[in-house]
Design a binder for this molecule. Structure first.
Ligand code: ASP
Length: 464
């Protein structure tokens, strides 16, 4: 007999069925034992009456404990009116077991899976595969999948194409330190993991894709904070022949519809999303990602806003200039002249926009500087020599000489968005296999040392 899901039993009263899953709890009531069996559809109460079982099963049941993986054949019965459990989707039925098979026994889990709110997080991360069985993690991962599939459907319907871009590539400067991969075949050379697909998505615009998106992993070797991970996911997108308004409108509409469909219990505080200049945000709230919620105790309130008109450049510690967000951004049209003349540098504003949500940066993007001469000026202001510009950005500058279309994009962060929708305190709770604050994977025990042979192959010698 094929296995059915626990939830399906509600329409199978009177039938013999097979279920498979884990023992969530076991309750012994004298002669009768109850197993709450769990599968991805939820819980189902199974009644074990020894006289109903075959001989082999009767032998087994006394040894079965929580988290054993079982297959149970039994009869679906309606529960008496008094026994109905209104809190359980399967609360109107129960399964009278006829045959119990142990697919795999389980050691006692190192923590309770039912409510993990007070469980030590390091322990949860070391045994993440058990933590994932908890209702909390199941709920969060299912929500994450819903958010991502909503975005995919929305963007496909809007004419976007999802394109994968390389993870093993050359560094792209977006202000963070990069993870490096030594090359075996090219001794002494290194790849870098991309901080984002920024350059590739722009090159896809040169390639005529026009509307690109990708659920993209980004890698940044930064010190961790609550809402940071060494690898995280962005909904990266880019469009040709657009202006700022087009990108903001699209993303705003997508977010509003996503919230409505995926988390209808949430309320968006203000539609259209308010737009605040960087200057106003700093003057009024002292932050470029202000928490604009009118009522911060309301877990269902979402205060989206756009922050616009950022200064293009900021001072470096050694008195030079660097870009504030993204070197590929375009200055505001009325400041293009200043850029070309490299004058009034602190006053040059960029067509950069950030989406903020409840005090978090939920995404950032810009209209890009698609004219090679203008892009070159950005690197010159940053103090790069002609050789450095050529070696680091020659490919972009050259690509732009082949009729690059005007383009722009954005990259909402999936992890933070899902974290806020799930009401979780940090993004680790919405990532299946996250790293600790000091960037370790406690389950896999990474990073790890390597045998000398492996290091020799990639031409690496460890400094003692
Ligand atoms: N690449 C940018 C980032 O990762 C986003 C963008 O400008 O589209 O923040």
């Amino acid at each position: 007999m094929p296995r059915i899901m626990n939830l399906e039993t509600i329409s199978r009263i009177g039938e013999e069925v097979v279920i498979s899953g884990w023992v969530n709890t076991r309750r012994d009531m004298g002669k009768i034992t109850f197993f709450d069996m769990r599968d991805r559809s939820g819980l189902l109460q199974v009644v074990i009456v020894p006289s109903e079982l075959d001989d082999a099963s009767r032998e087994l049941v006394s040894g079965i404990r929580s988290e054993y993986c079982l297959r149970i054949t039994g009869l679906v019965q309606a529960r008496g009116a008094k026994q109905v459990n209104p809190n359980l989707p399967t609360g109107t039925v129960e399964l009278l077991a006829k045959k119990v098979e142990i697919l795999n026994p389980s050691k006692t889990p190192p923590f309770e899976l039912e409510d993990t709110a007070n469980i030590n997080e390091e322990l949860r991360m070391k045994y993440r595969y058990l933590d994932l069985r908890s209702p909390r993690m199941q709920k969060n991962l299912i929500l994450r999948d819903k958010v991502i599939s909503f975005f995919r459907d929305y963007l496909h319907a809007a004419g976007f194409t999802e394109v994968e871009t390389p993870y093993i590539t050359k560094g792209t400067p977006e202000g963070a330190r990069e993870f490096l991969i030594p090359s075996r075949q090219q001794p002494g050379k290194f790849y870098a993991l991309p901080q984002s697909p920024q350059q590739f998505k722009q090159l896809l615009m040169v390639g005529g894709i026009e509307k690109y998106f990708q659920v993209a992993r980004c890698f940044r070797d930064e010190d961790q904070r609550g809402d940071r991970q060494p690898e995280f996911t962005q909904l990266d997108l880019e469009m040709s022949f657009v202006e700022r308004e087009d990108v903001l409108k699209l993303v705003e509409d997508m977010m509003i519809k996503m919230v409505k469909e995926v988390t209808p219990e949430k309320r968006i505080q203000q539609i259209p999303f308010p737009r605040i200049s960087y200057k106003e945000a700093m003057d009024k709230y002292g932050s470029d990602k202000p928490d604009l919620r009118e009522d911060k105790t309301d877990p269902n309130l979402l205060a989206f806003a756009w922050i616009v008109d950022f200064p293009f450049f900021e001072r470096t510690d050694d008195g030079g200039w660097t870009f504030s967000h993204n070197p590929f951004s375009k200055p505001n049209d009325e400041h293009m002249e200043w850029l070309m003349e490299k004058s009034n540098i602190p006053e040059i504003m960029t067509q950069q926009y950030d989406l903020v949500l409840n005090g978090y940066e939920a995404g950032g993007g810009s209209i890009r500087n698609h004219q090679p001469e203008a892009l070159k000026k950005v690197f010159e202001i940053m103090g790069l020599s002609a050789e450095d510009i050529q070696s680091q950005f020659g490919h972009m500058l050259e690509a732009f000489t082949y009729g690059a279309p005007p383009h722009g994009g954005i990259a909402p962060g999936i992890d933070r968005l899902v974290m806020l929708l799930a009401g979780e305190p940090n993004i680790r709770e919405v990532i299946a296999f996250p790293k600790t604050g000091d960037a370790r994977d406690l389950m896999m025990d990474a990073p790890a040392e390597l045998p000398k042979k492996n290091l020799d192959e990639v031409h690496i010698e460890i400094k003692k």
